[in-house]
Design a binder for this molecule. Sequence first.
Ligand SMILES: NC(=O)C1=CN([C@@H]2O[C@H](COP(=O)(O)OP(=O)(O)OC[C@H]3O[C@@H](n4cnc5c(N)ncnc54)[C@H](OP(=O)(O)O)[C@@H]3O)[C@@H](O)[C@H]2O)C=CC1
Ligand SMILES: O=C1O[C@H](COP(=O)(O)O)[C@@H](O)[C@H](O)[C@H]1O
Length: 590
Amino acid sequence: MALSCPKCPSSSRFGIPQTQRTATASAPFYHFSIPKRDLATPMSSRTSNNRKHGPTCMREAITPVPVDEEEAPLENVENGLPAVRSNASWNTEVNSASGEDSTVSITVVGASGDLAKKKIFPALFALFYEDCLPKHFTIFGYARSRMTDGELRAMVSKTLTCRIDKRENCNDKMEQFLERCFYQSGQYNSEGSFAELNKKLKEHEAGRISNRMFYLSVPPNVFIDVVKCASKSASSLNGWTRVIVEKPFGRDSESSAALTRNLKQYLEEDQIFRIDHYLGKELVENLSVLRFSNLVFEPLWSRQYIRNVQLIFSEDFGTEGRGGYFDNYGIIRDIMQNHLLQILALFAMETPVSLDAEDIRNEKVKVLRCMKPLILDDVVIGQYKSHTKGGISYPAYIDDKTVPNDSLTPTFAAAAIFINNARWDGVPFLMKAGKALHTKGAQIRVQFRHVPGNLYKKSFGTDLDRATNELVIRVQPDEAIYLKINNKIPGLGMRLDRSNLNLHYAARYSKEIPDAYERLLLDAIEGERRLFIRSDELDAAWALFTPLLKELEENKIAPELYPFGSRGPVGAHYLAAKYNVRWGDLSAEH
Ligand SMILES: NC(=O)C1=CN([C@@H]2O[C@H](COP(=O)(O)OP(=O)(O)OC[C@H]3O[C@@H](n4cnc5c(N)ncnc54)[C@H](OP(=O)(O)O)[C@@H]3O)[C@@H](O)[C@H]2O)C=CC1
Ligand SMILES: O=C1O[C@H](COP(=O)(O)O)[C@@H](O)[C@H](O)[C@H]1O
């Protein structure tokens, strides 16, 4: 696509990097340059054969692992698929995949902010610790706040709250990492400031091929300013330039389309990495493996056997300091339209042609477009109110100083979604998301139909629904996949109970699970787009929610109040009951 882009300079032939910026007097828009080398490399080969990370990096291409413990002792599996990678192969890759003569610079724009401190720097450090970053890399923090390199380093070292902080040699590795971190202060709308950044980036690149990543960890109102200035003044001239864009990607169809249109004044779609960190979660990534590599699941994956599917997100804390952002968005935009809908798309899509990013994203778009836009009758909204328990008083949403007293913004929502295709016709997909609830977790629950003519019907009493199989994918915390089955209680009688066939990650795998941001940052560095949102996916996602959001806001629909720490509004139970569904209980099976 980008190769024929009229705004992009042409490079003389495949494999020769671009050396020109696109701006001319007659072409007012600038584009980040895209080297043809990068575009011309098929995604699959980029992800599997062209790795740029180090020998101890656990990341592998899709690699067959021995199937059972007799073939492979558990530890071997844990230890990162040992047979495949060796120092020799790493060294070869460094040289042949332009490791020695190229460099990657990652600029965290908004480096002084919450997300940068909480997630981005810790994830980058974890990647460094695991030897997953390229040999030559530099990290720049960029924001308006005045800070020296030393102050940035002090800030980063203090916020090392990630999984690495208890590991061997953490301090030494941290020092090595911090030596690669620098800071540039500047305005988000100043080409001059980005030119300063460019100068420093160049010094660090020291004449190597320069690959540049900009992570937009700033409020959305400055996205375009940053992209414009970075593209004019700090784009790579001879390597790739990519931009990671954080959510929210707009507030509705129109604003999202406008954002995409504006980004595309300066970027090709291939350069935009729209991040939805739920796609980087281990069990979400595993969804496709579960479905498409196990014969026992895929044949059951349809209206014929599945009664309903539940996608549940629950937090046991309120907006806590993010009320200013949250009040403009609400839970439907914050969680449902992106995180839960992305999971649903992966869950319900048809089998993709291959694991290539475009094939997967094509299937996601197709299934999203088969979904019926949400209607008010199939939605319940709530907002938490204050509650006192055990002498402790928990605040209401509107007690947050950054939230107006009369705010109608939902902090809870439940919705029923239907997919208008042959596979899913009539199956309710129930979503529920809420803040300040009784527990924290995220799950996918698949309730199967009743066994026709069940011989053991009598043993189940009146509640046949309780005796149907249920597959639970516990995304977090304490990752697990378990299947509820009916089983005979051992003994001379014939009594049945429900038991779990349980794949409990902590028991099965001793290796820690990487944070979602680690996986996604590494993918972006490697040019792997599978877990990032394409613009047509985004359009389809907004098309589902925009009419509902407009109706809620134009009609000022009041949310049902629920006490902080409760299970949410009772309306959610009525909604489920309307479709003969009983919500699964997140806290019941730990
Ligand atoms: N925090 C989180 O958990 C999550 C955040 N996000 C998204 O990531 C992005 C960054 O989030 P977060 O770090 O929480 O944001 P912050 O509010 O902490 O902002 C990040 C930085 O941007 C600058 N900034 C803040 N407000 C403005 C403003 N009005 N105009 C210009 N610059 C401003 C500040 O830096 P300085 O003043 O130094 O320039 C600040 O340190 C946002 O788009 C957010 O929606 C997405 C998911 C989760
Ligand atoms: O994107 C967001 O996600 C977080 C929840 O992420 P998790 O990985 O901790 O489950 C949520 O708190 C926040 O409101 C939302 O913007």
